[in-house]
Design a protein around this ligand. Sequence first.
Ligand SMILES: *[C@@H]1O[C@H](CO)[C@@H](O)[C@H](O)[C@H]1NC(C)=O
Length: 288
Amino acid sequence: MSLWERLFFIIGIAIASAQSVLPGQNVYRFPNAQVLATQQKIANYGHPLRVAVNVGEQKAIKYVFLDSKMLQAGYPTSSEQGSIDLPRLPLGDWNEAHIHLDRHTGTYSIRNTTLTSHLEMINNWHPRKIDYLEFVKVEMLQHDRLQVVTHPDFDAPVLIKIASFPWDIPSLEREATVYQLLHGSGATPEFLGHVTEGGRAIGFITEYIGEVPSIRGRNMQGCLAALRILHQRGIAHGDAHNGNCLIRKDGSSVLIDFELSLETWSHEEFGRDLDIMGRCIQAFSEHA
Ligand SMILES: *[C@@H]1O[C@H](CO)[C@@H](O)[C@H](O)[C@H]1NC(C)=O
């Protein structure tokens, strides 16, 4: 990820988390679709929504772009403040729809639907593939991007991490590749497969590790050991703070969040990882 991508990513997270607590934010409502994710306006595309469309028993994931001019102008049409009533969405052979506001009638309608070829993850190294719609949500950790879910393939809840929008695919791809490089090393949560959406790979499944706060302070040295395993396999974590080290109930430590990781043999990069994690552990034990 370039510096700019990183910066926009961080700003994006800051905006997304600020938005979820701001009163008066727009709520988008479809008669037959549930909004799974939104992002700040993307130039040329309009404001993007990831939605699950329901028609009878059938369900499909679609991407909807709202004409950004209508949002800037602030045109809520329903009596409920901040709520925008959007049209019914059809199923069928499309994955992107553009919606615009008819200024005469004040209603939102579909301008066009297109079948666009979206980015997908290429390195699908694990044999298990499960469609996003087969998972049952237990808890959303970061909207639909990071969720605890259940599925009949697994005895216990698992974690899925997905690209909510096609342009998020590259960082997920990088992360899945790091999991592959570290497969069997014990330094990561167990990688359990890929998440697909209509056959396109959009994310991955891992073991879910619920944190046990009482054992965290005692077991953090394991985080440094896990980092050394990465380094022995030629990977620098790139974001090695203690929040990216999880400790299982049995006390073992694993690293997560490899979106900024690098394949490298640079001792400088390795030193930086160890330095940051070391300081986090020290700060943690001083405040414990
Ligand atoms: C669909 O509508 C959008 C928004 O008005 C427009 O930018 C786009 O070019 C249209 N696409 C097609 C295929 O007509």
